[in-house]
Design a protein around this ligand. Sequence first.
Ligand SMILES: *[C@@H]1O[C@H](CO)[C@@H](O)[C@H](O)[C@H]1NC(C)=O
Ligand SMILES: *[C@@H]1O[C@H](CO)[C@@H](O)[C@H](O)[C@H]1NC(C)=O
Length: 338
Amino acid sequence: MPSRNACGVLLGACLLVFSLLDLSTADGDYSELCRLFKNGTNIRKPGTCNEYIHCSDGEGILKFCEGSTPHYDRSSQKCVKEVSNSHLYCGNRCEGRNGTWVSDPTECQRYFYCNEGVPLEGTCPMGQHFDETSQACLHRVDSHCVDVANICEILPDKTKFRYEDDCDYYYECKSLKQTLNKCSTTKSKLYFNVETGSCMARNLVACTAHSKSGVCSATSSLVYKSDGATCRGYFGCKPFGTVADLDPIWGQCAEGLFFDEKRQICAKATDVVCTHNRCEGRGTMLVASSRNYCHNYIECVDGVEVAEHTCHFDHFFDEVIQACSSKIIYDNCCDEQE
Ligand SMILES: *[C@@H]1O[C@H](CO)[C@@H](O)[C@H](O)[C@H]1NC(C)=O
Ligand SMILES: *[C@@H]1O[C@H](CO)[C@@H](O)[C@H](O)[C@H]1NC(C)=O
């Protein structure tokens, strides 16, 4: 339960509350926040009515509404003359509160202490996050990052954004609350693509948190399993005997090598049959496909598959010359297996 003593639970923080009273120009680093959203998203800055964070190429830029349109409207993501509900959503999060702490939705480490409605900004000690429920700074392992606490109050309704622990999931704002949704169905394994706001085949999405669900089965020796999304990535399933490892560690083969589940090794990309993302770690180039008996090749842009093409019927793709050739070379990677 919350401690009434500002210097009890929040000992380190209490000192900061009284030393960080500069509330006007706390221009934070918003890249942590912007990483969750589609490029170009505007997010109202919490605690203000006229400031917003513009996310562009992963950076957050703080902007102001001025002149004849002094208010920021989270729904239209624009500066407007008037906002409805300004008292509720635009006022500071401390309004009507005294002696309690509220989180700063833009940053896990920060919070506001409410002193008779006035927000006093503070920061948790390094490695800790502010947790509004327990009114305390918690170590990261104990607190699920509260970046997204109340975040839908500052975003347009229906905004879909990344869930950072598993690419199979995403958040969606509905009636000012975020809901967690799953992409995959029993029939198809999908990942959320934040740029299109939709669920897609896993080989088409750049992902940094591959889904661990259903990867491992019970085993009595260490077994490596494909991550089911990329050709380089695998999970190591620990030998727990009669129960499956639910939290396998993800790893990946060195660039240019692919994981071969049958042989349990990393091998030359062109020696491995794999229909997951063959572009990951390979930048922008053309690579051989495992489909269509070596006649197909895949166009990679920044490590993501963008298109698959077919060579002339009596030609085969050659990665070295980056073109179709009359010789077949990669007979190990292209015996189609689906
Ligand atoms: C992101 O959006 C900005 C404009 O807001 C645009 O200039 C930029 O090219 C976009 N970046 C990508 C990777 O699409
Ligand atoms: C706010 O809390 C402080 C400390 O708990 C107390 O002294 C003060 O009277 C409270 N103010 C109001 C308006 O309740």
